[in-house]
Design a protein around this ligand. Structure first.
Ligand code: HEC
Length: 172
């Protein structure tokens, strides 16, 4: 074995400078990268931290949404649609004394009193019947149509009010 094999691979002052610099910089970079990894965690998308986004994430499960967003453009809903979406919750089964759809005996006196009277009660609510069936976005026309639909399923023969007949929506 020659002496040369044991000699350092650093042969010149320049090589020495490079090695010293690397010996210093490589660990520093390593530390910087580790620090960066720990300190600069990937941050949450700022859009996900807006109050709206948070509210949407933490909203309770099973929220009942009576308001149909696409409805304004679609125009007034039919009585059947309103009944299915809103009124049936109580009137399909007769919850809390609600006149049950199809129960002729329950509806007959109401029908005799007339649509206007029923509409007035449905708008303001009465006992367990919430105002507008609990869907304040319903227009008078939609309410009237819903009442006509339920009454006509229950022995009535009411005429559905036409769109034009609706007064300028007397919403609350
Ligand atoms: C939360 C349950 C509930 C919902 C939802 C509901 N109703 Fe009722 N409704 C009742 C109850 C209870 C009564 C009986 C009130 C009473 O005892 O006078 C009633 C009574 C009525 C009456 C009879 C009013 C009268 O002249 O005495 C009409 C008409 C009516 N509801 C229409 C509707 C329509 C239309 C909807 C949907 C838009 C609706 N209801 C949704 C519970 C409900």
């Amino acid at each position: 074995m020659s002496a040369e094999e044991h000699s350092s691979f650093i042969q010149t002052p320049q090589q020495l400078v490079v090695v010293v610099l690397l010996a210093f910089l490589v660990p520093v970079f390593g530390i910087l990268m580790i620090v960066h990894l720990v300190v600069d965690r990937p941050r949450a998308d700022p859009a996900a931290m807006t109050p709206e986004a948070i509210a949407a994430r933490i909203q309770p499960l099973g929220r009942v949404e009576f308001v149909d967003a696409g409805r304004a453009a679609a125009g007034a809903r039919s009585g059947e649609e309103v009944v299915k979406a809103v009124c049936a919750a109580c009137h399909a089964t007769g919850v809390a004394g609600a006149p049950k759809i199809g129960d002729k005996a329950a509806w007959a006196p109401l029908i005799r009193r007339g649509l206007d009277k029923m509409l007035a009660v449905a708008i303001t609510g009465e006992k367990a019947m919430p105002p507008r069936g609990g869907a304040p976005d319903l227009t008078d026309l939609e309410l009237a149509r819903a009442i006509v639909f339920m009454a006509n399923q229950s022995g009535g023969n009411l005429k559905e009010p036409a769109e034009a007949a609706a007064k300028p929506a007397a919403k609350k």
